[in-house]
Design a binder for this molecule. Structure first.
Ligand code: AMP
Ligand code: MG
Length: 329
């Protein structure tokens, strides 16, 4: 495909079929995701992938992330999927988390910029998911900006940079998250955050137990309850040693809720989203499971008062320790 003098169309969901056709034919399509707009090509077509680098002016040593619509489809691009990847996908996919895994031989080296690993992501956006599903392949997609410019969060930003170079920009309004995905390397002994993003270390720790942050520091869950995690909500859940630490983690995690006794919650500002367990051990035991079941539906992160040093709440703490995987903040 030549990149000269293309008439660039900007269109909504009614253009998804056309987008999938272009991708299958080796062309480029920009599409919305929940992070930023991506510039997509068939990850298994080296010529198409090369055109991504050309259209962006991107150095060829900068690897592309390959996007899929579901976990089952990922197998074609990678040679091995560790159990921990499935656990992470259970919690964070579709979503703004890219996992770096060993690449398969079928995936061209141009896609991964010559390295033997590949970043994989399942974006949480209906247009992206339908486009990828209909294209029937993995979609290599960096941010849809000219290399060196800021990433696009509106189709108009994509148009500014890609007009005349690509045939189609799918419209999806303003992107929800606005910065690129968290990149987590799972090919080393300890998982490493290569690029921070909306999925934070605090959210990853309950699943991983130990992680190296993007500054190279090892961060460990305070007690190793990982293997025995029962009573666990479907969203990340941590214990909080103090109102201050609960508030700190709350401010870092949009969609979080703080749970505790009335006496713990009374120290929180009114603007904070919080739910009470009651006050006495009996009240707290009675409410805890139903409250967690309710909250996991409405919130993406649960912060619970820590009861480890409160003798009369021992039975409650015994369950909550498993709920949080022993992670304390
Ligand atoms: P962009 O798509 O523009 O957000 O860039 C994707 C970024 O993801 C790259 O610049 C790398 O930082 C990272 N990345 C993608 N694939 C890999 C990989 N196989 N190993 C390490 N980092 C990767
Ligand atoms: Mg980029």
């Amino acid at each position: 495909m030549s990149l000269d003098r293309i008439n660039t169309v900007v269109g909504g969901a009614e253009y998804i079929d056309e987008g999938a056709r272009i991708l299958r034919a080796g062309g480029l399509v920009a599409f919305p995701t929940e992070t930023v707009y991506g510039l997509g090509a068939d990850a298994f077509n080296p010529e198409a992938v090369l055109n991504i680098f050309k259209a962006k002016g991107r150095p060829q040593d900068n690897p592309l992330i390959v996007h899929y619509a579901s976990v089952e489809d990922v197998k074609g691009a990678v040679s091995h999927i560790p159990d921990v990847a499935y656990k992470l996908w259970e919690t964070f996919s579709p979503g703004p988390l890219t996992l770096v895994l060993p690449k398969s031989d079928a995936l061209p080296l141009v896609t991964t910029a010559g390295i033997n690993t590949v970043g994989i992501r399942i974006p949480n956006h209906p247009v992206a998911l339908e486009l990828i599903k209909k294209s029937g392949t993995g979609i290599a997609a960096p941010s849809a900006n000219t290399s060196g410019r800021v990433s696009p969060t509106l189709s108009a930003h994509v148009y500014e940079d890609m007009q005349g170079k690509i045939p189609l920009i799918l419209e999806g309004g303003q992107t929800d998250i606005g910065i690129e995905s968290t990149v987590l390397d799972l090919t080393k002994d300890t998982p490493i955050v290569l690029r921070p993003g909306a999925v934070t270390i605090e959210m990853l720790l309950p699943v991983l137990g130990k992680v190296i942050n993007h500054k190279g520091e090892v961060v460990v869950a305070e007690s190793p309850g990982m293997k025995y995690k029962h009573y666990a909500p479907t969203c990340p859940c941590v214990g909080a040693k103090s109102v201050e630490s609960a508030l700190r983690v709350y401010s870092e995690n949009p969609g979080a809720v703080i749970v505790g006794r009335d006496s713990f919650l009374s120290a929180l500002p009114n603007s904070v989203t919080a739910r009470s367990l009651g006050e006495s051990p009996k009240e707290c035991m009675r409410s805890v499971f139903s409250l967690l079941r309710e909250l996991e539906k409405d919130y993406s992160y649960i912060i619970i008062e820590d009861f480890s040093d409160k003798e009369e709440y021992f039975a409650l703490y015994n369950r909550l320790k498993k709920t949080t995987g022993g992670v304390l903040v």
